[in-house]
Ligand binder design. Sequence first.
Ligand code: CO
Length: 478
Amino acid sequence: MSSTELYSRLREISLLEGTAALLDWDQQTYLPKGGGENRASQLELLATLRHERLTDPRLRAAAEAAAVSSDQSDQENGRALLRLLAREAKLPSTFIAERTRLGAQCFQVWCDAKPANDFAQVAPLLEKLISLARQETQLVGFDEHPYDALLDNYEWGGKISWVRPALLRLGDALPDLIARAEQRPPPQLDRALPLDRQRALSEALLGIVGMPADETRLDVAPHPFCTTIGRGDYRITTRFDEHDLFSALFSTLHELGHSFYEANLPLAWRGTPKGSAVSLGVHESQSRLFENIIGRSREFSQVLSRLIDLHGKKTVSPEEVYGAVNHVRRSLIRVEADEVTYSLHVIIRMELEIALIEGSLSVKDLPAAWNSLYKKYLGLTPPTDREGVLQDVHWYSGSIGYFPTYVLGNLYGGMIRRALPNLTAQVATGDLRSIGSWLTERIYAPGGIIQPRELIEGATGVPFSEEPFVAYLKEKVA
Ligand code: CO
C-alpha cells in the first residue's frame, strides 16, 4: 500500500470522527430530549465503523510500511499511528459498542438525575461504566498501575508515578495561598449585563484571540465545551448568566484557547498524527493560558475594560475587572472555582477515580467519599449530591482518567508562562498575535508526534514540575 492510500484511509477515519463530533455537539446543544435513544444508536454505529477502519489489517500494514519509509514525515506518522492502533486492537468491537452505548445512556439518565438530586437513579449505569473501565485496564495492559492504562488514553505517557506526586505537592502548597487570598475583601461590583451585550462581548473575544469569524460558531450549552468538526469548522459553546457578565466571558476565553490550538495545528497534516492535538493536558494548557494566565492578568484587565465599555455599554475600570476576576473563595463547584482553588477540585476527583479503579471504593460509597474529601481539601460539605458527586458529566459519559489532564494543563501553563518572552508586555498591547506565533511554532507545529511532557519541556526548556505554576499563583496572591 502506498503512503497516498494510507493518507486517504486516515482522511476517511477523520471524517467519521468529525461526524461523530457533530452529533455529539448537537446532543449537547440542540437535541430534543426524545432523540436521546436514537442519538445513542447513531453514535454507536459511527464508533463501530471507526473501530472497524482502525483495526483493518490493511491500515496496519500501511502504517508499518510508513514507519520504515525513507520519508521522515511518513515515518513519524507511521510510528505514531502504530501506537494508536496497538491500543485499538486490544479492544474487541463488542467492548467498544457496549461502552459507547452505555456512555450515551448514562449521560441521558444523568441529565435527569442531577436536577432531581438522585444519585441512586444513575448509580447502576455508572457502576457498569466503572466495571468496563476496569476491564479496559486489563485489555489494554499497563506496566505500573491499572489507572495508567486509562490516563494514557487522554495524556500519552501519563503515569500515576509522576502525575500524582506533582498534583499532591501542588495540593500541599495551595491551602497557604488560599488562606492568604481569602483575606482580601470580596469585590463590590454590579456584574449584571443584558444577554445580547454579553453575546457581543464574547464574539469580540474571538477576534482578540485570533479565531477567524467565518470558521467559528458560538452557541450555548449547559456545560460549555468546544469541538472541531473539521477544517474550517470550530464550534465553541458558552453559557450566559445575566447577573454575571464575567461568567460567559471567561468560559468563552477558555474554549477559544482550545479552538486556537486546533485551528493552528499544521494544516497540511490534518487527519494524521502530525496534524492532531497531542493530548488533553496540552489542550488544557492552551485554554488555561488564555483564560487565566493571559485573561486574568492586570494587563488584560485593561483590554477587557475597554471591550466592556465598547460592546457592553458599561463602565468598569481595569482595577474593578482585575479584582472581580481574581476573587478567591473555596467553593463546591469545580467549573465555577477560581484559579487558585481549582486544582483541589481535580485532585479530589483523581483520588476517587484511582480508588474506583483499584477497587478500594465502590460506586454506592462514592457520594460519601466525595463529601469527605471535600471536607478534607476544601473544608466544605456539599448540602446535596447535585452540588457534590453529580456535578460533572465526565464519569457519567464514561470518561475515567480524564480529570488529571485539567491540572496538567495548569502545570504546563506555568512552564509556558516562564518561557514566553515578554508575555505581559505583549498582553498589554491587546494584540495577542506574537504570543500565538510563539505557541504555534513551539507547541503546535509537531502536532501529536512528541509525548506531551517531552513536548512542553522541549518547547519551554523548563523541566516538568508544579513549581512554575505554584510560583505564578504566589505572585498573584502576594
Ligand atoms: Co478545557
